[in-house]
Design a protein around this ligand. Structure first.
Ligand code: NDP
Length: 236
């Protein structure tokens, strides 16, 4: 059996929810995993950096530290995100700024930072966690959907630009996944949303994580610029 070299993986928001499941999958594979989030979780097998991904100077410092330690960065998973619902007419400027800063601007900044290091080794894989809402839209979530729609178009352009450097860029667009993020959705509303899912159920963080690990792997060596739905057949 071929012994695979340990890969260096960075997962933003890896302390809970989908990110935690992603960390678990990579760690179980024997990879070296780094987590960046504002609070420490209970993730096993990962090195934790406490930071806000909006702090770009700090992100630069963290990525430099990781590169110095390992002489490479193989995989970046831009997973951290927030969702703040508001109807058009009621959206505050703070709501717009915060969601775009965390969900979109930081994805662009971190892609820039990581790709500079990946270029040195002519190899890398970047996976952005978008959302089904960025594809379909949703009433009450216009800003969130715009932040994720922007991530989707950024993913496509970045894939085109970075292919020549051996870097693949893809996005995963999850449907409704059981995490803290959807805790606030009222039961009736959730019931209606589940009725629109072909499989008639919500998804698990592990189901997203396995897709991310596949996209990051050499098994996906000819896949770039794709938006992979993990949504139980909600978008067909
Ligand atoms: P959770 O709310 O469970 O987790 C969000 C993660 O993002 C936490 O680890 C949080 O850590 C981190 N995070 C948020 N803001 C920042 C910040 N400023 N700096 C650093 N870390 C931050 O959400 P999910 O696991 O459900 O969501 C993960 C991703 O999946 C998000 O991008 C979300 O939009 C997307 N998604 C989720 C869906 C779902 O149904 N759950 C569906 C579609 C997409 P901390 O607060 O400690 O900083």
């Amino acid at each position: 059996m071929k012994v695979q070299e340990k890969r260096v993986v960075i997962v933003t928001g890896g302390n809970r929810g989908i990110g935690k499941a992603i960390v678990h999958e990579f760690a179980a594979n024997g990879d070296i995993v780094y987590v960046i989030s504002r609070h420490k979780g209970e993730e096993a097998g990962a090195v934790f950096f406490e930071a806000d991904i909006r702090d770009i100077a700090k992100m630069k410092e963290i990525l430099q530290t990781i590169y110095k330690e390992n002489k490479k960065i193989d995989i970046l998973v831009n997973n951290a995100g927030i969702m703040e619902d508001a109807l058009i007419g009621m959206i505050s400027s703070e709501n717009i700024l915060e969601q775009f800063q965390i969900n979109t601007f930081s994805v662009i900044e971190l892609t820039q930072l990581a790709s500079r290091f990946m270029k040195r080794n002519k190899k890398g894989s970047i996976i952005n966690i978008a959302s089904i809402i960025g594809v379909m839209g949703n009433a009450g979530q216009s800003v969130y959907s715009a932040t994720k729609g922007a991530v989707i178009s950024f993913t496509k352009s970045a894939a085109k630009e970075l292919s020549g450097d051996g870097i693949r860029v893809n996005a995963v667009a999850p449907g409704i996944i059981q995490t803290d993020l959807i805790d606030h959705v009222p039961e009736e509303k959730m019931k209606k949303r589940i009725e629109n899912i072909s499989m008639g159920r919500t998804g698990l963080p592990e189901e997203v994580a396995k897709t991310v690990v596949f996209l990051a792997s050499d098994d996906a060596s000819y896949i770039s610029g794709q938006i992979i739905g993990v949504d139980g057949g909600a978008v067909i």
